[in-house]
Design a protein around this ligand. Structure first.
Ligand code: PEP
Ligand code: MN
Length: 342
C-alpha cells in the first residue's frame, strides 16, 4: 500500500498514520521528497482494507499495490488452469488446454428434436460442448422465459444421446441444485455476474462454472466475482467475455478484445469469447470469433439455430448449422496460427 500525502501534510499527520499502521503490524517506510511525502506500507494489505486511510488528515491518495483478488490471480497460480467439463460417458471437454473449447447451440432450448438436430450438427463440425438456455434472462417479463425444468431434461437427454457435454444458465440460487442435476456446467449470465448469493451457491456446488462478464463491469469486478466462486472451494471457473455496453449502437455490445490478454496476465483462469452476444448480428460473429482466438482466447461460445428467423430468442445473432461449419474451418486455421487446435 502506498500513501501519498497532501503538499501541506504535517509531521503530526505523519506520526498519526505511522502509529495507527504500526499498531496493525505493518512496517512503514517514509520517503520525504521536495514536493511530497510518500509512505510505503509493508505487510498484509487485507488488514488495511478495513481502515479508511483516505480520511486520515494529510492523506491525498491511497494506492493498493496488490490486486484485491487472490485465488484467481496469476500470483496465486503461475500456470494457466485447465478446467474439465462433463464425463467420459456423456462427452468430455476441457477449457485452457491446447484444444479450444467450442460451446455451440441455440439461445433457448425449444424442444427435443430441434436440440438434438443442432447438437449432432455442431458436434460434427467441431464443437465439444452444447449450450442452450432453460432459464432465460429476458428484459421484458412478457417475453419467453425459457422451458424451465422440462428444458433441462431435454438438454440432459440430448447431451447423452449426442455424446456432448452441456452448459446452461442458472439465474436463481434456489435453482442451483436443480440445474446441477441435469447439466455439466453452470452458466452465470452477464446480468447476474454480481449476484453474490448465486456466486456463493455455485461455488459450493462441485461443478464447473462459466462466468460471463457483466454488461457494465470492469475486468477487476469480473475477477472479484470469480473470486467469490473460488473462495467457496470451486476452482473450476471459465471466464466468458460477451461484450460490454458502450456508446456504440451499431452492435448489440462491444466485445472487449483487450480483456483477453489482460485476463491472461492477471489470472490463471481460462477465458473464452462469445461473439454472438458480443455483436448481436450473425454477419459479424465469424470475424469476432476469429479475433478472439487470435488474441489468445481458450475457446468460443456461439449461438446456432437451424432457422434463425423462427428462433424463440436471439435469432438475429444465430448462425445456421452450415454457417457454423464454415466458421469452424476458418477458426481452425486461426487456431493453428496461434499454436492451438480445434
Ligand atoms: C445467453 O447466453 O443466452 C445469454 C443470455 O447471455 P448473456 O448473459 O451474456 O446476455
Ligand atoms: Mn442468447
Amino acid at each position: 500500500m502506498i500513501i501519498v500525502l497532501q503538499p501541506g501534510a504535517t509531521e503530526e499527520n505523519i506520526r498519526h498514520i505511522l502509529e495507527k499502521t504500526e499498531a496493525m503490524g505493518l512496517r512503514a517506510n517514509v520517503s520525504r521528497g521536495a514536493e511530497r511525502t510518500v509512505i510505503g506500507l509493508i505487510g498484509p494489505e487485507d488488514k488495511l482494507q478495513v481502515v479508511p486511510l483516505e480520511v486520515f488528515p494529510g492523506v491525498e491518495r491511497v494506492m493498493p499495490v496488490l490486486a484485491p483478488y487472490k485465488l484467481v490471480s496469476r500470483e496465486f497460480k503461475g500456470t494457466g488452469s485447465v478446467v474439465k467439463v462433463g464425463s467420459a460417458a456423456s462427452g468430455l471437454a476441457e477449457a485452457g488446454g491446447k484444444r479450444l473449447v467450442v460451446m455451440a447451440g441455440p439461445c433457448a432450448i425449444e424442444g427435443y428434436d430441434m436440440l438434438l438436430a443442432i447438437a449432432k450438427k455442431v458436434k460434427a463440425a467441431g464443437a465439444n460442448m452444447l449450450r442452450g438456455g432453460a432459464f432465460k434472462p429476458r428484459t421484458s417479463p412478457y417475453d419467453f422465459q425459457g422451458m424451465g425444468e422440462e428444458g433441462l431434461k431435454i438438454l440432459q437427454a440430448v447431451g447423452k444421446e449426442a455424446g456432448i457435454a452441456t452448459v446452461t444458465e442458472v439465474m436463481d440460487p434456489r435453482d442451483v441444485e436443480l440445474v446441477a442435476r441435469y447439466a455439466d456446467m453452470f452458466q452465470i449470465g452477464a446480468r447476474n455476474m454480481q449476484n453474490f448469493s448465486l456466486l456463493r451457491e455455485v461455488g459450493k456446488a462441485r461443478k464447473s462454472v462459466l462466468l460471463k462478464r457483466g454488461i457494465s463491469s470492469t475486468i477487476k469486478e469480473w475477477l472479484m466475482s470469480a473470486e467469490y466462486i473460488l473462495a467457496q472451494g470451486n476452482y473450476d471457473v471459465v471466464l466468458c467475455e460477451r461484450g460490454i455496453r458502450t456508446f456504440e449502437t451499431e452492435t448489440r455490445n462491444t466485445l472487449d478484445i483487450n480483456a483477453i490478454p489482460v485476463v491472461k496476465q492477471k489470472s490463471h483462469l481460462p477465458i473464452i469469447v462469445d461473439p454472438s452476444h458480443g455483436t448481436g448480428k450473425s454477419s459479424l460473429v465469424g470475424s469476432i470469433a476469429k479475433a478472439g482466438v487470435a488474441a489468445g482466447a481458450d475457446g468460443v461460445l456461439i449461438e446456432v439455430h437451424e432457422s434463425p428467423e423462427d428462433a424463440w430468442s436471439d435469432g438475429a445473432q444465430c448462425l445456421t448449422g452450415a454457417q457454423f461449419k464454415n466458421l469452424m474451418q476458418e477458426l481452425a486455421a486461426v487456431a493453428n496460427a496461434v499454436g492451438r487446435e480445434i
